[in-house]
Ligand binder design. Structure first.
Ligand SMILES: Cc1ncc(COP(=O)(O)O)c(C=O)c1O
Length: 302
């Protein structure tokens, strides 16, 4: 495939950095993840909320003393260009990755050491199960005062990988992090929603979780389109056990229903009715079937 690398479009095999790069040695970098969805005509591909994803990458760069090589509109255009060069007419995942490419020793952050690469790959479902079994991790989410979780820094994903490994070793599909204060934070790469008495509840981004674009979008779809009440508030661990429904969401995970938490069945253990409604509406929105929401979509092809 073709990859954008440091100002040029190159073959994947040429998109390389040194083993000495600070990005590799110290995990200095930040990234994004954007999905493109094939439209019903089998030709057009809609990028979901690409301006919001690029704005978050800009925020990440600002927090981490990094520099993006182009202004916001050009970054969005680069993503479209990448997909056109790869003749993308399928469901796709795009990964913009801003790296510290200095090969000097010591973890130092300097704007001038930034290198942007953007690659893409075909992606269908990220979690291939109707309702997953999750556990509360023994690992806590790194606090925003240690590693700024809202910025999607590459180094933070050691925290996620440890939690996922523990979950898989114990026979679960995914892990839920608590904050240092013992409140629900997020999954390893997804946000958490529960449903109680018809109200959707999700922890706010001040609970050391990523400034999530799917989470924000689902809150708008639930309240504005489906008339469902939503609360953003702290969730305690055992509140997960007594929820009527639960799901995880994210660019990769989309809407992934949860069937059990720490071996306690949630609802009937399958896909709850409110989750199913949101899933259906979200799928229609991302494929361009909801005219009121096409402003969230950027067509790749003219
Ligand atoms: C740690 C983490 N939380 C949540 C999410 C979901 O965020 P978004 O909806 O912006 O993709 C992601 C990534 O996609 C993530 O890496």
């Amino acid at each position: 495939m073709i990859t954008y690398f440091d100002g040029k479009f190159v073959d994947d095999s040429e998109a390389k950095i040194s083993v000495r790069a600070r990005a590799i040695n110290y995990g200095l970098g930040c990234f994004g993840g954007v999905r493109g969805y094939l439209a019903d005509d089998g030709q057009q591909v809609f990028l979901f909320r690409v301006p919001e994803h690029m704005a978050r990458l800009q925020h990440s760069a600002r927090v981490l003393f990094m520099r993006l090589p182009a202004p916001h509109a050009e970054l969005c255009e680069l993503v479209r260009e990448l997909l056109r060069r790869n003749s993308v007419h399928f469901d796709v995942y795009v990964r913009p990755l801003l790296l510290n490419n200095s090969i000097k020793l010591a973890p130092v952050m300097r704007e001038e050491d930034s290198l942007l690469t953007i690659y893409c790959l075909p992606l269908q479902r990220y979690i291939d199960k109707d309702a997953i079994d999750v556990c509360v991790s023994s690992w806590r989410r790194a606090t925003d005062s240690a590693i700024p979780a809202r910025t999607k820094p590459t180094g933070l994903y050691l925290n996620s990988a440890l939690a996922r490994r523990e979950a898989h070793d114990n026979g679960f599909d995914e892990a839920i992090f608590l904050t240092e204060y013992g409140k629900v934070s997020e999954g390893s790469a997804e946000h958490v929603f529960i449903v109680r008495d018809g109200t959707l509840i999700s922890p706010p981004s001040t609970e050391d979780n990523l400034d999530g674009i799917t989470r924000r979008s689902l809150i708008a779809l639930a309240t504005e389109d489906l008339g469902l009440p939503v609360l953003e508030r702290t969730i305690g661990r055992t509140e997960l056990y007594v929820s009527d429904e639960m799901f995880l969401c994210g660019t990769g995970a989309e809407i992934t229903p949860v069937g059990s938490v720490d071996r306690r069945k949630i609802g009937e253990g399958g896909v709850g009715p409110i989750t199913a409604r949101l899933q259906k509406h979200f799928a229609d929105v991302v494929r361009g079937r909801v005219p009121e929401r096409t402003s969230w979509l950027t067509p790749v092809w003219p």
